[in-house]
Design a protein around this ligand. Structure first.
Ligand code: NAD
Length: 421
C-alpha cells in the first residue's frame, strides 16, 4: 500500500476544523509540522551470526499539552510519512479525550513474523537503546501498536531501566501486568469503541442485534468481536491479512479466536459452522449495520466506499477511511465514528496505566472500566453535540473539539496579536 500524501490528507482535517473555529494563525503554523522526528538504523545480530540493520523512527509531533504519547509499530511498509501522520492523529486524539499529553509515534520497518523470538527481543531492546535519550515518563511515552505487544513493551521498559539505572515503569504503557501494566489495557481500544457505540445507540437508531463486519483480526478486532458477540450481536464477516470469511447467520467467534491463538489465519476456519470464503472487497460491501475497520490505513477509499452498505462505521484502526471515501459515505448517509474518538480507549487506559505506574498504586478492573466508560461517554457526547450544533460530520466535530483544546494551550503562550499590540 502506498502511503504517499498520508500527512497531507491528515492536514485537510485540520483545515476543515479550523474553518469552524476562530483560532489564531499561530495555532495552525504550530500544528501543521512535526516538531521532531528522529531516524536511526538499528543494528542487531541475527541468529545466523550475520549483522542486519533496520530503519526506525520516533516522532514527537506536538507537546504543547504534555509529554508526547504514541505507539510503536513494527511493519515492513512503515514509512516516515506514516509515522508523522500517526503522531499527528495522536496529538488530536489525546486532545479529544482531554488527556494531558501531546502526540507521538514510532516504527521499525521490519516484518516481525520473519524474525525469531530472540531476534525480536534484540530489535526491541535496540529500539530503546537508540531512542532512550528522547523517551521518558515526562517526555515521550511509547505503547504497543500494529505487530508489537505487551512482551515487547516489557523488554523496552527493562532496557530503559538498565540505561537510566533505576526502575521507571511509567516510561512505557501496555506492559505485562506483572511488570507494572494496568488491568483492562489489553481490550481497552475495542472496549472504548464498544462503550461509544452503546452510548450513542439510541441517537443513531441502531437495531438489536446488530449485524457486524470486522476488518482486521488483531488486538482491536478480536476484542471487538468478543465484546459484541457477548452482547448478542452477530459477526457476519471478518478478515485478517490472509483473507476474509463470512457467515450470514453469524460466525463462530470462539472458533475465530482459537484459530488466531493457534497461529492460524481466519481462512483456516472455512467449512466450520457455515463459514464461507469472501474476497476482501466483498467483505467491505457485505450487508450489515456496523462496519469496523480494525486493520491499517486507507482500507476504505474511493475505489470501494460506494459498495459499503453499513449505516455506521466505527474506526478502530487509525486512518482507515480516506477523505475521498468520507465524502462518498456522507452522501450515502453513513455515519463514521472517527478514529481519534472511536479508538481512543487504548490511549485512555494507557494514560490510566501511566498514572498508576507513577503512583505505584493500582486500580481494580471495575475502576478502569468505569473511568473508561465515563471518559468515552463524556467526550463522545461532546463531539455528538458539536456535530449537531455545527451541522458537520462526527469527524469534523472531533477535530473541532480537539483543536479548541490545542488552540487554548498554544494561545496561552501568547499570540501574534498579543506581541504586536
Ligand atoms: P494487530 O497487529 O494486533 O492486528 C492487525 C490485524 O490487521 C491483524 O489481524 C492483521 O492480519 C490484520 N491485517 C493486516 N493487513 C490487513 C488487510 N490488508 N486486510 C485485513 N486485515 C489485515 O494490531 P492492532 O493493535 O489490532 O491495531 C489495528 C489498528 O488499530 C491499527 O490501525 C492501529 O493503529 C489501531 N489501534 C490500535 C490500538 C491498540 O491499542 N492496539 C489503539 C488505537 C488504534
Amino acid at each position: 500500500m502506498s502511503h504517499a500524501n498520508l500527512l497531507d490528507d491528515a492536514l485537510t482535517r485540520l483545515d476543515e476544523a479550523a474553518a469552524h473555529l476562530n483560532v489564531d494563525p499561530d495555532v495552525i503554523e504550530k500544528l501543521k509540522f512535526a516538531r521532531e522526528t528522529t531516524k536511526v538504523r538499528l543494528m542487531i545480530r541475527m541468529d545466523d551470526g550475520a549483522r542486519k540493520s533496520f530503519i526506525a523512527w520516533r516522532c514527537r509531533y506536538d507537546d504543547t499539552r504534555g509529554p508526547t504519547k504514541g505507539g510503536i509499530r513494527f511493519h515492513p511498509s512503515a514509512t516516515v510519512d506514516e509515522v508523522e501522520t500517526l503522531a499527528f492523529w495522536m496529538t488530536f486524539k489525546c486532545a479529544v479525550m482531554n488527556l494531558p499529553y501531546g502526540g507521538g509515534k514510532g516504527a521499525v520497518q521490519v516484518d516481525p513474523r520473519a524474525l525469531s523470538k530472540s531476534e525480536l527481543e534484540r530489535l526491541s531492546r535496540a529500539y530503546m537503546q537508540a531512542f532512550a535519550r528522547i523517551i521518558g515518563p515526562d517526555r515521550d511515552i511509547p505503547a504497543p501498536d500494529v505487530y508489537t505487544n505487551a512482551m515487547i513493551m516489557g523488554w523496552m521498559a527493562d532496557e530503559y531501566a538498565q540505561i537510566v539505572g533505576r526502575a521507571e515503569p511509567a516510561v512505557i504503557t501496555g506492559k505485562p501486568l506483572a511488570l507494572g501494566g494496568s488491568l483492562g489495557r489489553n481490550d481497552a481500544t475495542a472496549r472504548g469503541g464498544y462503550y461509544l457505540v452503546q452510548h450513542l445507540a439510541g441517537d443513531l437508531g441502531l437495531n438489536r442485534p446488530m449485524r457486524v463486519v470486522i476488518q482486521g483480526f488483531g488486538n482491536a478486532g478480536q476484542y471487538m468481536a468478543q465484546l459484541l458477540a457477548a452482547d448478542g450481536h452477530k459477526i457476519v464477516g471478518a478478515s485478517d491479512s490472509s483473507g476474509a470469511v463470512g457467515c450470514a447467520s453469524g460466525l463462530d467467534v470462539d472458533a475465530l479466536l482459537a484459530a488466531k491463538a493457534a497461529g492460524r489465519s481466519l481462512v483456516s476456519t472455512i467449512g466450520h459452522g457455515g463459514h464461507e470464503t469472501l474476497t476482501p472487497e466483498a467483505l467491505i460491501g457485505l450487508g450489515c449495520d456496523l462496519l469496523v475497520p480494525a486493520a491499517l490505513e486507507n482500507m476504505i477509499d474511493e475505489s470501494n466506499a460506494a459498495t459499503v452498505k453499513a449505516k455506521l462505521i466505527l474506526e478502530l484502526a487509525n486512518g482507515p477511511v480516506t477523505p475521498e471515501a468520507d465524502a462518498i459515505l456522507a452522501k450515502k448517509g453513513a455515519i463514521v465514528l472517527p478514529d481519534i474518538l472511536a479508538n481512543a480507549g487504548g490511549v485512555t487506559v494507557s494514560y490510566f496505566e501511566w498514572v498508576q505506574s507513577r503512583q505505584g498504586y493500582y486500580w481494580t478492573l471495575e475502576e478502569i472500566h468505569e473511568r473508561l466508560r465515563s471518559t468515552m461517554e463524556r467526550e463522545g457526547r461532546a463531539v455528538w453535540n458539536i456535530a449537531h450544533d455545527k451541522n458537520v460530520s462526527m469527524r469534523t466535530a472531533a477535530y473541532v473539539h480537539a483543536l479548541g483544546r490545542l488552540a487554548e494551550a498554544i494561545e496561552a503562550h501568547g499570540t501574534q496579536s498579543f506581541f504586536v499590540s
